[in-house]
Design a protein around this ligand. Sequence first.
Ligand SMILES: [Zn+2]
Length: 181
Amino acid sequence: MKAGWHIDAVKTRGSPSHQSSGRLPWALGLMKSNRQRRDEINAHRVKKRDEQRKVAESRRITERIATTAKSQGLKVRELAAVSKRVHVNEANLAPNASWGWPDFVHRGYYVDQPFICVGCNVQQVWTATQQKWWYETAKGDIWTVAKHCRPCRRKERDRKNKARRVHLEGLAKKKERKVVA
Ligand SMILES: [Zn+2]
């Protein structure tokens, strides 16, 4: 440590920018470099602590999976596949007015669904993650399923928006005519 400080002091004293200032330039330079170094050390410590925390967390998860696998007589690989599933959180679903529940609720997790787009007749996949978003975030009706692929859905939305705009403009014109008459 001491040797490092000394080198810094010598370096700073020699630099022309500090020679022009009259107030102990080398000492100011030394203070600054010490603070910078302290910041660097702190940043390094924080980074190291974060890394250690991440390693510890992933080790905990691995151990938990192994323990559960053992208790259920499953191979670790099988259980890892189970834990990766996109699970259904029933609390997030839109209210269900009908009797019974769709398959994904009974199953407890979403599975990728192949379907044929009604717009372009091309085979598509409605992924488990997309389904979770639709039912649990967008609060889509639990009995609805994907019908359009993404480009067709956008086209369909544009078409509906345009139709609504034309309709509203028509209404406004009608009103105007009535006022004039
Ligand atoms: Zn399509």
